[in-house]
Design a protein around this ligand. Structure first.
Ligand code: 2M8
Length: 460
């Protein structure tokens, strides 16, 4: 039996774990938002804040609301929600690429007096805002929060629809691996390998991430060159949306970004009803995205979801964790759910029972490029596990959902609130005191809380 399933968490162990997770969120709180980690990521990140708001929603409504509202204060006039909001109090040189690199003020749509990045991240925010409302200790106050946030969420979705759907077939495209949230995933290798960086086009730069984390855990310099080149191109074009859509050398439609977008569009419909607006446009958007995911990202021959390169029409040849995220759709057809569960349970993603292991590796365990400790190329991440856990639960795949839950809690108990973990030994890598790991551990502990009096909780 794998070590992840060997024991149960008592009520007091669960309470201790939750207190430790809350302490991480307290340490990372900067007065109006939370940093992912004080060392490696000392600013506010977009989807990190959505995960953090969900975790906090169970016990601190005020900060959960403030987290999202602070983020949306940095929304661009065109609706784009930037993936980083820079804290002016952080000295230059603490994070690259920082405000000096991005120069967001080159874009007329960027907010006055604030420094942000010029690209976006998975739009988890409407779903997060609805969770905050659902768990609120003070529902009238949460409704006022939703009323304030609703127009901003609508603008975020309208931006993706207007500016990121190049062929008008319902899928939003990423213009940079950083927009995916899974920056260094092998899913982008093919597109990045095809990038032609003209001589002199790459600005000189210095990485700071490898001062805070082991270089063996982080993207390679070659990958970074590509990340920097793409970002510099957009910056030098003044972040013009038309140029982005028509000229970006990286234009990829992926299942995770769009599955989250569908989930949030659906949440937006519920929020619309709560705040007295018409839910129909949001329901229609959610349905359009759903049909596009099913119609364009599903490979019927391979029986799996994958990414699609808009320029070449090519699909990714890699099996990565992205392929499982359509499970977030409660109406995903049964044969597709079955195919995902089959792949998840196969030796590509599920090690033999006899070996100590933690689900779910972010990349096919049998792929030649699988690396158990390098950033998004193999390790287990709590946020992708959590998304799959939610998906599996809602499709009634209870055994696997329980295994994931046990794995997530087992990892943080064994190695702390690290950024990512070895799929076999469970060792932690990347940042320590990592906010979404802590926030989602809190969510996992609350979401399945047994009725009062039941002391046992299924866990490692
Ligand atoms: C990682 O991305 C940043 C760039 O945005 C980086 O590597 O410097 C990713 O894991 C991303 O998903 C996350 O939002 C960010 C902060 O935790 O770190």
């Amino acid at each position: 039996m794998p070590a992840t399933h060997a024991s149960r968490l008592t009520g007091s162990e669960a309470a201790e774990l939750e207190e430790a997770a809350k302490a991480v969120l307290d340490d990372n709180w900067r007065g109006a938002s939370t940093v992912p980690s004080p060392g490696l990521y000392p600013h506010q990140w977009s989807w990190d804040s959505a995960f953090v708001a969900i975790g906090r929603s169970w016990y601190d409504q005020q900060r959960a609301q403030t987290e999202l509202e602070t983020l949306f204060d940095a929304q661009w006039a065109n609706g784009m929600l930037p993936h980083i909001v820079f804290d002016p109090a952080v000295p230059p040189g603490r994070y690259f690429p920082g405000p000096d690199f991005w120069q967001s003020n080159r874009a007329s749509a960027s907010p006055q007096g604030m420094a942000t990045s010029g690209i976006t991240q998975p739009p988890l925010h409407a779903a997060a805002a609805l969770e905050v409302y659902r768990h609120a200790a003070d529902p009238p106050q949460a409704l006022i929060f939703l009323e304030r946030l609703y127009p901003r969420l609508v603008a975020q979705h309208a931006y993706l629809d207007r500016w990121r759907d190049p062929d008008r077939r319902g899928l939003a495209a990423l213009v940079h691996p950083w927009e995916s949230g899974l920056d260094n995933s092998p899913a982008w290798d093919q597109a990045l390998a095809g990038l032609d960086i003209p001589p002199g086009a790459l600005p000189s730069y210095q990485r700071f991430d490898i001062a805070h984390a082991d270089p063996a855990d982080r993207p390679t310099d070659a990958a970074y060159d590509r990340f920097v080149y793409l970002a510099a191109r957009y910056r030098d074009a003044g972040y013009d949306d038309t140029t982005l859509l028509t000229r970006s050398p990286f234009l990829i439609q992926g299942p995770l970004f769009n599955a989250i977008r569908r989930w949030s569009a659906h949440a937006l419909a519920t929020i619309a009803t709560l705040v007295g607006d018409d839910p129909a446009p949001h329901q229609a958007e959610a349905e359009r995205i759903r049909q596009a995911i099913l119609g364009q990202l599903w490979d019927p021959a391979g029986r799996r979801f994958g990414t699609r390169d808009v320029r070449t029409g090519r699909r990714t040849p890699e099996d990565t964790i992205l392929a499982f995220t359509p499970l977030l759709d409660p109406e995903l057809p049964r044969p597709m759910v079955a195919a995902i569960v089959e792949l998840l349970g196969s030796p590509c993603f599920h090690p033999a029972e006899a070996v100590e292991h933690y689900l779910v590796p972010t990349y096919d365990l049998r792929a030649p490029g699988f690396d158990p400790r390098r950033y998004w190329r193999g390790p287990v991440w709590i946020n992708t596990d959590w998304l799959l856990w939610l998906g599996l639960r809602q499709h009634g795949v209870d055994d696997l959902a329980a295994e994931l839950r046990a794995g997530m809690l087992g990892l943080v108990r064994k190695s702390g609130f690290r950024e990512y973990f070895h799929p076999f030994g469970g060792q932690g890598y990347g940042a320590s005191g990592f906010a979404w790991t802590a926030a989602l551990a809190i969510d996992v502990l609350h979401r399945d809380r047994p009725p009062a009096g039941d002391r046992g909780m299924l866990s490692p």
